[in-house]
Unconditional design. Sequence first.
Length: 80
Amino acid sequence: MAPDIDQERRHLDQADRHIAQVKQRIANQRRMITKLRLAQQPTDMARSMLEVLEGSLRIFERHRQLILGNLSAGERDGGT
């Protein structure tokens, strides 16, 4: 059964928003780490959070690729 193209496009829009949001959070976290380092404060927790955010980004990007695959399959099959 072919995926619903309109629904997949909505999912793609949502995935793109999530990716943009997590990229912004990563940038903020990197700035926080720099501030902590300049203030000679520990950065372990901040770096750990950065790793979690980067992992989330990879997951969102993989999910986006799956959605693109569904869209491609739906368009090949003349999706609804």
